[in-house]
Write a protein that binds this ligand. Structure first.
Ligand code: PBG
Length: 301
């Protein structure tokens, strides 16, 4: 289950574009929420930070006292090995321009510098591992980022920290509600230079192949509901690699909106969609409905 954690707040805030999903403060409210989730059978979380300070180089993303680092320490000190913490590793929430790397501006055009960016991503990953992350999940889609992170983790004694790579991540409009949740909308341009063209299936498969070669332990297809064919194709191409699929914010919010309006039966619709994602070939599903699903399945048994 994804969790948003925001620096500088005392109480959970509901996210306007994602009804019933909250940004949590780093305090006992977060601890209570995790305790509740554990009772419901959810013990794996992917963390997204909303920092106080943004700059051009995402400095707050690798601060040992940054939002994610503080959160990791708090949760690990409280729950130890009872929870598995995955950290989304990216810069878009931490940069003033909102891009997933280092931007160079030349007159009216800009460029995301891939090779400089992957060094930065490796530093962020290392600081997350030092703070207690169990799994690092690079989501920037920079070429070579998985290999660079693997090398850096290994050199610093974190050989045992696995990488869940956002391998096949499409430039999707369905990330819209998330960008409101995490204040990470690009200030200019878009992500089509590094995320993939939604029309291109083969490139999605190729990106998975590259990440596996660079040392990814788990690969991912994202979005999920609208990319079932990619999930199926990746699973068939790489059957022996664990495959995660991310049921993203826009896919969540569409179902939620219909449910709130009484247009669909929420429980049946969510279970049907989630089953479809597993049926297509996912081994792991990341979903904002995780806790609801866990509760429903418990009621049924
Ligand atoms: C990047 C990141 C994004 C999401 C997960 N990691 C946003 C983006 O690529 O713009 C989107 C997840 C969602 O929509 O639920 N840090």
């Amino acid at each position: 289950m994804p969790i948003f954690i925001k620096d500088g707040i005392d109480n959970p805030e509901e996210i306007k574009t994602m009804p019933e999903v909250y940004r949590y403060p780093v305090n006992d409210k977060l601890i209570n929420y995790i305790e509740e989730s554990l009772k419901n059978g959810i013990n794996k979380f992917i963390l997204f930070g909303v920092p106080k300070i943004k700059d051009d180089l995402a400095t707050s993303a690798m601060d040992s006292d940054g939002i994610i680092q503080k959160t990791l320490k708090l949760i690990k000190n409280t729950f130890g090995g009872k929870v598995l913490l995955i950290t989304d590793e990216c810069t878009d929430e931490y940069t003033s321009h909102g891009h997933c790397g280092i931007v160079t501006i030349n007159g009216s055009s800009y460029k995301v510098d891939n090779d400089e960016s992957i060094k930065l991503h490796a530093k962020i990953a290392l600081s997350q591992a030092k703070a207690g992350a169990d799994v690092i999940a690079p989501s920037s889609m920079m070429d070579g980022v998985v290999g660079e992170i693997r090398k850096t983790l290994d050199e610093n004694g974190f050989q045992d920290v696995p990488i869940m790579a956002y391998s096949s991540k499409y430039a999707s409009t369905f990330y819209g509600p998330f960008r409101e949740a995490a204040y990470s909308k690009p200030a200019f341009g878009d992500r089509r230079g590094y995320q993939m063209d939604p029309r291109n299936l083969e490139e999605g498969v190729r990106e998975v192949y590259l990440d596996i070669q660079e040392g990814a332990d788990i690969v991912m297809v994202k979005p999920a509901h609208t990319y079932l064919d990619v999930i199926r194709r990746v699973k068939q191409s790489f059957p022996c690699y664990p495959l995660a699929a991310y049921h993203v914010s826009g896919e969540y919010s569409m179902l939620k909106a219909a449910a709130i309006n009484g247009w669909i039966d929420e429980k049946r619709a969510v279970l049907e969609v989630t089953n479809a994602i597993f049926r297509a070939g996912a081994d792991i599903v990341i979903t904002y409905f995780a806790e609801d699903i866990a509760k429903w399945l418990k009621q049924q048994s």
